[in-house]
Design a protein around this ligand. Structure first.
Ligand code: OGA
Ligand code: ZN
Length: 385
């Protein structure tokens, strides 16, 4: 979209229209050329959408695959087409066509807002105040953008009540429920069902990699941390994967192509999936890291690749624990950390009672999925950007 079009002014016009067998082509006044396939155009005819929901009603199978335009003409603002079937006519806004053109002249630059980090994040971490986030949508909007950029942020002065963490999370969206509940309490418990519910150290990990889709953003609110140790640790998985991709592309390739079993089980559940440890999209952009030393199940790949795979996995593990990438922060009551659980790993040091410390430690957590987080951000952007 041109910057002017974004502001509602559209300063480009159509110059020339050519109809071919399967598509038409528009030459625009700025020199760009866009091809529009006839099925694409028919499928996007504005008459095929419900006027209120703006969802599609048109059924593509009601026209034949070789439908074509018998006539086409444009004026200052619209393109009109007569179709070879149903005596149907379509009218499109030129601005809409320009904004949705998919030809090479219109390929969008990579607009990723993600900024990977190493230990420098400690001097640079975006912090928000609880009251601001609760009362002010603009503060919320700025915070969500910062959280999306670096995948981590602290909120200060969150009331140390049961609802503190959900009050923050619900400003964004509804919560993701898991087998640990909608909200979970991280405390040392008798007969723990997972290592988090002990006072043991937790190595850096992503939560719930055993789910088909691990939860998106995680919230951990510190209610008590009167312990020796118990510092929180974090590392940006995307920064570490960038390093792996640069220094050992073969290891990166194995970790993006070989699936491994992932599993959590207790008395009531046995939740498994099978996925690659690193996931990228069709443009090789990172989607997620699925790394948890305690939830990857016994590797079962072909014997021909077991050796190479283990070396690649171990290489990733070494990088994950490289001091260049790991930060450590001791949370105090009222602190809340939010992080992108499919990007930023978290862990903690072991903890215990000691001189002047009761040993009590209590974090309360919940999750909001990425798509709901991003939806909130887009809707706020309608007002604030
Ligand atoms: C968890 C977890 C971190 C902590 O509950 O999954 O990683 O600091 N907890 O206790
Ligand atoms: Zn965890």
């Amino acid at each position: 979209m041109s910057s002017l079009a974004k502001k509602g002014q559209f300063d480009v016009s159509a110059k020339e229209l050519n109809l071919s067998d399967r598509s038409l082509e528009i030459r625009w006044s700025d020199g760009k050329v866009a091809t529009f396939h006839y099925l694409w155009l028919r499928d996007n005819c504005p008459s095929g959408f419900h006027p209120s929901t703006q969802e599609r009603l048109f059924n593509l199978t009601t026209v034949s695959p070789d439908i074509y335009a018998t006539e086409g003409k444009f004026d200052q603002t619209t393109l009109s087409i007569s179709w070879s079937e149903e005596a149907h006519k379509s009218t499109y806004q030129l601005q809409w066509l320009y904004e949705n053109a998919y030809s090479s002249d219109f390929k969008k630059p990579n607009t990723s807002v993600i900024v990977p980090w190493g230990t420098e994040i400690l001097n640079d971490m975006y912090e928000a105040e609880y009251n601001d986030l609760i009362q002010d949508d603009l503060a919320l909007f700025n915070w969500l953008k910062a959280v999306q950029r670096s995948g981590i942020s602290y909120v200060r002065n969150v009331p140390c009540t049961d609802e503190g963490v959900t009050n923050v999370a619900n400003r964004i969206s509804f919560l993701r429920q898991t087998n640990f509940g909608t909200v979970f309490d991280v405390q040392s418990k008798p007969n723990p069902i997972n290592n988090a519910y002990t006072s043991e150290a937790l190595p850096l990990h992503i939560d719930l990699i055993n789910q088909e889709t691990p939860p998106g953003y995680q919230f951990l609110h510190c209610l008590m941390n009167d312990s020796l140790g118990g510092e929180s640790t974090y590392a940006d998985g995307f920064k570490i994967i960038d390093e792996l991709r640069k220094t050992d592309p073969k290891a990166f390739h194995l970790l993006t192509t070989v699936t491994v079993p992932m599993r959590f089980h207790d008395f009531e559940t046995d939740i498994r999936t099978r996925k690659t440890i690193i996931n990228v999209d069709e443009n090789d952009q990172l989607i997620e890291l699925r790394y948890s030393p305690h939830l990857v199940d016994t590797f079962d790949m072909d014997e021909k690749i077991m050796d190479r795979f283990y070396l690649a996995f171990r290489k990733l593990m070494v990088l994950i624990n490289d001091p260049r990438f790991v930060v450590s922060v001791k949370m105090t009551p009222g602190d809340l950390c939010i992080f992108d659980n499919r990007r930023v790993m978290h862990g903690r040091n072991s903890y215990k009672a000691g001189d002047g410390y009761s040993g009590a430690r209590h974090l309360r957590g919940c999750y909001v999925d990425r798509s709901d987080f991003e939806s909130r951000l887009r809707v706020l952007a309608r007002t604030y950007s």
